[in-house]
Design a protein. Structure first.
Length: 271
């Protein structure tokens, strides 16, 4: 296993590289990875914006933001004219990490956007005004391949795919890659698959080993060396409404997300 170096401090901030975290299968650790990777990048001095783009609002809740009590969310950015992106962004308890919150209202956007002109680019337009303020913008996409996820892919420079080390999780990756390819061809030629991140790994089982080996056979060095192991500390941190990096900073889960941040910076995914 490579020991990835602690990244050097940045001279300044922006413009951001926008990365969507996608997997149409739920329960693969996508939001856990979005929240904790964002927090780890912020720890390394990066200015990070996390976009909660899932109507369940799990990323917002995981950062202690009660999105149901907010007057404006990412839904208003997409569907109402005259809403300023900077006015919707909220600061989190993690220094250097801001949030574009979401709640159940966002589920209506999927239907309402269908009749809009340039409907696939609504999120990209909303983020354009704040790209220069951040080093990294992470988009936590909902677990589907619908119009909201397509918006996330059109706005992004790259995609990270959290993949649970389970056979059924692996089966859906081909469908996701097909969707990414179509978005590349038709809507966003700059889009790249940056990395596949093995999550929910259990080193005690042969099954986890076999799944990761098959993914490495199929995707080669796109698969990160860093693997996120299954632990009860992740749901504990979610209940506490904070990233594991602050909830249990010395736990192996926190160390794994810091290592993942270092690896992705070393790979050039992030500055």
């Amino acid at each position: 296993m490579t020991d990835f170096p602690v990244p050097a401090a940045l001279d300044g901030h922006g413009p951001a590289r926008i990365v969507a975290l996608c997997n149409q299968k739920g329960g693969v650790g996508k939001t856990t990875t979005s929240v904790n990777l964002a927090a780890a990048l912020a720890e390394y001095g990066r200015k990070v914006l996390l976009v909660d783009f899932d109507p369940q609002g799990a990323a917002s809740a995981g950062l202690g933001v009660q999105s149901n009590d907010l007057e404006t969310t990412v839904y208003d950015l997409l569907m109402r004219s005259g809403v300023n992106t900077k006015d919707v962004i909220v600061e989190t308890q993690v220094q250097g990490l801001d949030l574009l919150p979401a709640n159940i209202d966002l589920s209506a956007a999927e239907v309402q956007l269908v009749g809009e002109v340039a409907r696939e680019s609504a999120l990209a337009r909303a983020l354009r005004t704040v790209e220069d303020d951040y080093d990294t913008i992470l988009i936590d996409c909902q677990p589907s391949l619908g119009l909201l996820t397509v918006n996330g892919l059109v706005a992004a420079h790259g995609v990270l795919i959290p993949l649970a080390a389970e056979f059924f999780a692996m089966r859906g990756v081909a469908l996701l890659v097909d969707t990414i390819t179509k978005v590349q061809d038709r809507l966003n030629p700059r889009l790249t698959i940056d990395a596949i991140i093995p999550t929910m790994y259990d080193g005690r089982t042969l099954h986890s080993h076999e799944v990761v080996e098959r993914v490495r056979d199929g995707f080669g060095d796109k698969v990160t060396e860093t693997m996120i192991h299954r632990t009860v500390k992740f749901p504990d941190a979610t209940v506490a409404a904070e990233p594991i990096t602050s909830y249990a900073p010395n736990h192996q889960g926190a160390k794994a997300y810091r290592e993942l941040a270092r690896e992705l910076i070393a790979r050039g995914v992030f500055a």
